[in-house]
Write a protein that binds this ligand. Structure first.
Ligand code: AMP
Length: 110
């Protein structure tokens, strides 16, 4: 099922896209929980890690490497950052389209 993230990916909603390639986009979270809070979102509609399978191996690896690249670009790779993904309502997921949160500035404690 399509979510607001598909509308952003399809440019139906104007958004400050921070990074884009063939497989994913990165945007600023509209409700940031840290000084830096980006969302790295695959263009493919994958609901969350539960619905990913072996066909998504390249995408999943790519998303993590894009997180690392953005961290380097934002000069937070040395000071440290977090990559989080919520899975399902019980896991705190509110938008049912896979995304990684890239957070830095005030760590979310686990
Ligand atoms: P999650 O709770 O893990 O599903 O994360 C969804 C995130 O998407 C939340 O942190 C929201 O603040 C963020 N979000 C929802 N709508 C938008 C939007 N239009 N643009 C940017 N971020 C959004």
């Amino acid at each position: 099922m399509s979510t607001i993230f598909s509308k952003i990916i399809n440019k139906e909603i104007p958004t400050d896209i921070q990074y884009e390639d063939d497989l994913c986009i990165a945007i600023n979270d509209i409700n940031p929980k840290a000084k830096i809070h980006l969302l790295i979102i695959p263009k493919k509609e994958i609901q969350n890690i539960n619905s990913a399978d072996e066909n998504d191996q390249e995408i999943l690896g790519h998303l993590l490497l894009v997180c690392k690249k953005l961290a380097v670009d934002l000069k937070i790779s040395e000071s440290g950052y977090q990559i989080l993904t919520n899975i399902g309502e019980g896991g705190g997921q509110t938008v049912m389209h896979l995304h990684f949160h890239l957070l830095s500035g005030n760590a979310v404690t686990l």
